[in-house]
Design a binder for this molecule. Sequence first.
Ligand SMILES: [Zn+2]
Length: 146
Amino acid sequence: MKYWGFLLAKLLAAYAVLRLLWFLIETLLPEPEIFLYTHLPRFPNDLPWTAAILFFWLFSLGLLALIVWDQRTRCRTCLRRLRMPVESGSWSRATLFAPPRKSLICPYGHGTLDEPVAHVSAQPPSEWHPHGDIWKELETLDRKPR
Ligand SMILES: [Zn+2]
């Protein structure tokens, strides 16, 4: 729940930034001149307005892609960035037997994200594997008689 709430918070923040940017575009760019007693729409007829919409669109897509990429590489429990990438598998047997994969782990041991490196349509999607409480496991190892 915390994971999806963080995504929602980032999307709302991005919406606020984009709304402010849109307000600036609307206020800073002047209305186009009236041509032959007709008021043409701004978008396809006014070059600065059309260019502003193009860059606004590209910025919006980049911001959305950044949010999705950042969310994918966060721990599902504590929301910290996943670290320590470890690659497994091999490229020489990538088609069927051991496709190359990359594992990222939470620095506090909450889980591991296992994602494919080769982006092929037959690849399984990224998987999140939650870990148990590693501190309890370490305590039980310490309590065992030697
Ligand atoms: Zn974590």
